[in-house]
Write a protein that binds this ligand. Structure first.
Ligand SMILES: NC(=O)c1ccc[n+]([C@@H]2O[C@H](COP(=O)([O-])OP(=O)(O)OC[C@H]3O[C@@H](n4cnc5c(N)ncnc54)[C@H](O)[C@@H]3O)[C@@H](O)[C@H]2O)c1
Length: 338
């Protein structure tokens, strides 16, 4: 297992200084085109940069191969360092290159979306998508450093900010500290630091997700299906996943906590009215969630919350879940049942 990385919180000038200090030492990088204007000018002319124009669409084996060929042509060595500068799709792809090229090269990540700052860049899960599904080929491979700089958020789209808020609100259920910061309406940068730190502490204890790390999947069981079927950003799907799973298990106090956390973060509650989304065929929904790679044999695991900071797991087979969904009137509109 590679070493747990350090997280650094930098102002933009400090980040520019860091990059300037590394420009001579053969700077290899995979960078999202959209963050070009945040970076020093010399980067635009640097020959060892692989620019991504649409990271999620390029998070595949074809681009992986292209990056590997490009870096080899540019003389990459085992002692080089690869920078990943972008959102979660960029860091997943660049991290996967780093984990495999020449049997593993050091990498550093500079997350540039809210979602990647609090989640995707932390924890060393790296992957590419296959036509059969997301993140099906990947590995666990920590970067040596995570450099967080809030300035990138200034250009995040509202949809991407909302996506990041979805993960932040999830942490509001998992971490007492994050919950208190949210409820006290502390500045976003403080909340980002707390989320990143919280995730890293869990990952330190359970790198390969055989225990406690599974709690980070709160809201993801249904969330992944919504992300896939409605083509919405990851964190937005998690927010809808939280609401629907709390409704499924009739967890009134979790539903009320969700409303309070959203209000405190200024996220409009109308966003999670499931009725405004296109209804889904029950069989398509079940097929999607039971083909998710996180299923354990025929049972699907649902992470639920006893109280802030304390989770438990419920396991359901497809037929058990179907019965519960059919019996739950709150979720009927999701499947077009009147
Ligand atoms: N490895 C993990 O643990 C983990 C966890 C959660 C999600 N993920 C993965 O992360 C991805 C989602 O992450 P994401 O939401 O960051 O997606 P993303 O990387 O696709 O970025 C979202 C959009 O924001 C743009 N962008 C990035 N930084 C910007 C900036 N500063 N200003 C303006 N635009 C910017 C991107 O070009 C893209 O259009 C998915 O591929 C998901 O599978 C990984």
């Amino acid at each position: 297992m590679n070493m747990t990385p350090k997280i650094h919180y930098l102002k933009s000038l400090e980040l520019l200084k860091h990059l300037d200090e590394h420009k001579e030492s053969s700077f290899f990088a995979v960078i999202d085109n959209k963050v070009k204007n945040h970076l020093p000018q010399w980067i635009q002319f640097s020959p060892r940069i692989y620019w991504l124009s649409n990271p999620e669409l390029q998070k595949n084996l074809e681009t992986y191969q292209d990056i590997v060929d490009f870096f080899l042509d540019q003389g990459i060595e085992r002692t080089s360092v690869i920078y990943a500068i972008g959102g979660g799709a960029t860091s997943d792809l660049a991290g996967f290159v780093a984990s495999t090229l020449l049997r593993g090269i050091k990498w550093r990540v500079i997350p540039t979306t809210l979602l990647s700052m609090v989640d995707a860049a932390i924890g060393g899960k790296v992957a590419v998508n296959l036509p059969k599904g997301k993140n099906l080929i990947g590995s666990f491979y920590h970067p040596e450093e995570i450099l967080l700089c809030g300035d990138f958020l200034k250009t995040n789209s509202p949809a991407d900010i909302l996506s990041g808020e979805g993960e932040i609100i999830k942490y509001g259920f998992l971490s007492q500290e994050v919950n208190e910061l949210i409820m006290a309406k502390k500045p976003l940068e403080e909340i980002i630091e707390a989320c990143a730190h919280f995730k890293m502490e869990i990952v330190k204890k359970d790198f390969k997700e055989t225990g406690e790390r599974i709690n980070l999947n709160l809201g993801h069981t249904f969330g992944h299906a919504f992300e896939h079927l409605w083509k919405i950003p990851h964190g937005q799907a998690v927010l809808l996943g939280l609401k629907s799973v709390f409704q499924l298990f009739d967890l009134k106090s979790s539903l009320s906590e969700l409303a309070q956390l959203m209000k405190a973060r200024g996220v409009d509650e109308s966003f999670i009215e499931l009725g405004k989304f296109t209804s889904i065929k029950m069989d398509d929904f079940l097929k999607t969630i039971y083909s998710d790679k996180k299923k354990q044999q025929a049972k699907l695991r649902f992470i639920l919350v006893k109280r802030v900071g304390s989770c438990y797991v419920e396991e359901l087979s497809s037929s058990e879940l179907k019965k519960m969904l059919e019996a739950n009137e709150d979720l009927h509109h999701l499947f077009g049942v009147n």
